[in-house]
Structures are given as C-alpha cells and as structure tokens.
Design a protein around this ligand. Structure first.
Ligand SMILES: O=C(O)CCCC[C@@H]1SC[C@@H]2NC(=O)N[C@@H]21
Length: 216
C-alpha cells in the first residue's frame, strides 16, 4: 500500500502527546518507588519496565521524549531514581551508561514495534494493534541488549573492572529483565485492547480521524 494512503504525522507533537510523554515519564519515576535490589554498584530496578513500556506504547520519538524528560528531571536533582537518587553526580557514576542506554533502548523498542504497524493495518478497515512478538522482540533487543551495550562498557570504564568480568556480573540482571519483557507484552496488549488511544499508531487514511493514528 502506498504511503499516500496513510496518514503519517511523525514529528508534530499535539497536546495529547505531551500528556502521554508526561504520563510515561511519571510512570518511570513511580516504578522507582519500590526501591531496588542492590547486587553491586548497579541496582536491579523496575524502572526499565517503564522504559520498555514507553517504547512499545509511544513509539521511538515520543518514547525517547518521555525517557529524556525523566533523565532531565534526574539531572536537575530530583530524587527519582530508585533509592531516591538524583543529581548530576549520577551521570559520573557506574550506572551512567545504563541511563544513557535507556534513551537508546526506548528508541530501538519503538522502532521495532512500530515497524509492523503499517503492515498490521494494511488493507483493513481499522488499525490492528501491535503484535505481541514484536513487542517481545523490541523489549529484548532495545530493553535488554541496547541498554547493556551502553551500560556495561561504561560501568567497566568507571569502576575499572575488566569488561569480561563486568559482562559476567551483569548476567544477574537477566532474569529480572526477562520478566519485565513478559510484563511489557502483557501490559501493552491489554492496554491496546482497553484503550488504543494511548498508542500512536498508523491507520489507513480513510480512518485517519481516529485517535490512534500516527506512525512514530
Ligand atoms: O538507578 C540507576 O542509576 C540506573 C539503574 C540502571 C540499572 C540497570 S538497567 C539494566 C539492568 N537491569 C536492571 O534491573 N538493572 C540494570
């Protein structure tokens, strides 16, 4: 199907987008409230679940805006990281790479989930939602691999621990992060069914008046 038949409005942020971005930035903050499991210098935290959900639901651009908003609030000193941490010092600490990785991760998740959006809606009267396997793939590649790819080398650099050893110690995050992938799939699919307007999702142009309509 040609792109003219699709209403694509990737970069225009509407008031509803700002609300979505704020909601997901707040969700990431709230997921820090239960605290963290301290297994070394980098904690196991629920906040990465918020990052995965932001990418799956908002897409790469608006998801990145939500994570960037959260990171900016941390940078100006709000104690929004698990354990009530915040401030510029965090960005010189062992978790600095993971925080930067959240930004890369949310973009990767959004791109992978959205890559199926047009195909899913093509030729149908209304838009189909995200496919569960794309959400799972996006959360694994973006929410785990991309975040680790930035976080582990920076952790190694800052702590002085050899890279190989840092990789091995980071395996402790994997079981929890895989559970977060499953939760991301369950919550995303349930949210699509209950409230598709939460998503930014392309539909054929003839249905472009519906709320869940954009691409990225
Ligand atoms: O609180 C911070 O300063 C950032 C925490 C980063 C935690 C990383 S993200 C990937 C991996 N999964 C976790 O649950 N913890 C680490």
């Amino acid at each position: 199907m040609s792109t003219q038949l699709w209403r694509l409005d990737a970069t225009r942020f509407e008031a509803a987008d700002l609300a979505r971005i704020a909601v997901f930035a707040a969700l990431i903050a709230v997921l820090g409230l239960p605290g963290a499991i301290n297994v070394g210098v980098v904690p196991i935290t629920l906040q990465t679940l918020g990052v995965m959900l932001a990418g799956a639901v908002l897409g790469p651009l608006r998801g990145a805006a939500a994570v960037a908003t959260f990171i900016a609030l941390v940078a100006v000193g709000l104690p929004l990281l698990s354990g009530g941490r915040g401030g510029l010092g965090v960005f010189a600490g062992p978790t600095a790479g993971y925080l930067t990785g959240w930004l890369l991760g949310v973009i990767v998740i959004g791109l992978i989930v959205r890559a199926g959006a047009r195909r899913a809606g093509a030729g149908r009267a209304g838009a189909s939602g995200p496919s569960w396997w794309r959400v799972a793939l996006g959360a694994i590649v973006g929410g785990i691999l991309a975040i680790y790819a930035v976080g582990i080398p920076v952790q190694s650099l800052i702590t002085g621990m050899p890279l190989g050893e840092t990789v091995v110690t980071s395996l402790i995050f994997l079981p929890g992060d895989l559970i977060k992938v499953v939760l991301t799939v369950i919550v995303s699919m349930a949210l699509w069914r209950a409230y598709p307007a939460a998503f930014r999702w392309p539909v054929p142009a003839k249905n472009a008046q519906t709320e869940h309509r954009d691409a990225v």
